[in-house]
Design a protein around this ligand. Structure first.
Ligand code: GAR
Length: 192
């Protein structure tokens, strides 16, 4: 039986695409579900094209209800990857998947994390602060935004002429290069 991953995403889904590509022919790890909170998100088109089942979720039930655990269990989900997912993860889900939920953040945590720090907001803050480097952080998810134990970081230079847009492109490259491999390593260690 493969380890079944659910990818939670809210936006374009470029990371989701890279993760799907990485595990396409993998017999031990399978992307089994895309979970999305936004009916207009590009990641839903990726799911359709890639023939990965998707689940559109609604805030009240996710945050205050059963967190869609019945659907996740029915799909046999063993591990959850947050790839640009913008809602806080409720305790019910964290308790059901202890140390089995990871997130990617587009900066070097603990700097530039927390509520409201997502996507372009992060890159704008990094540039406004005059940082000379930024990067990515892959971390376990706990009940607070961007707070769980850090698993992996990679850095890039912030050049004097970088804009939030150009920095976002550098960060996406780093994410695409490292996130799928890191997921494979984390799951490999879980199974030992
Ligand atoms: C990624 O850069 C990811 O790090 C960021 O959203 C982007 C999603 O891009 N996540 C956060 O900011 C979470 N705090 P994608 O939809 O193309 O994968």
């Amino acid at each position: 039986m493969p380890v079944n991953i659910a990818i939670f995403a809210s936006g374009a889904g470029s990371n989701a695409q890279k993760i799907i590509d990485h595990f396409r022919d993998n017999e031990k790890i399978k992307v089994a579900l895309i979970v999305c909170n936004n009916p207009l998100a590009g990641v839903l088109q990726i799911a359709e094209r890639e023939k990965v089942p998707s689940l559109l979720i609604e805030r009240q039930r996710f945050v205050k209800g059963d967190a869609y655990l019945p659907e996740l269990k029915a799909a046999g989900i063993d591990f959850i990857v947050l790839a640009g997912f913008l809602w806080k993860i409720p305790t019910a889900l964290i308790d059901a998947y202890p140390q089995q939920i990871v997130n990617i953040h587009p900066a070097l945590l603990p700097k530039f994390g927390g509520k409201g720090m997502y996507g372009q907001n992060v890159h704008e803050a990094v540039i406004a602060a005059g940082e000379k480097e930024s990067g990515i952080t892959i971390h376990y998810v706990d009940g607070h935004y961007d707070n769980g134990d850090i698993i992996f970081q990679a850095k890039c230079e912030v050049a004097d002429d970088d804009t939030p847009h150009s920095l976002a492109q550098k960060i996406h490259l780093l994410e695409h290069q490292h996130f799928p491999v890191a997921i494979e390593e984390i799951i490999g260690k879980l199974k030992c």
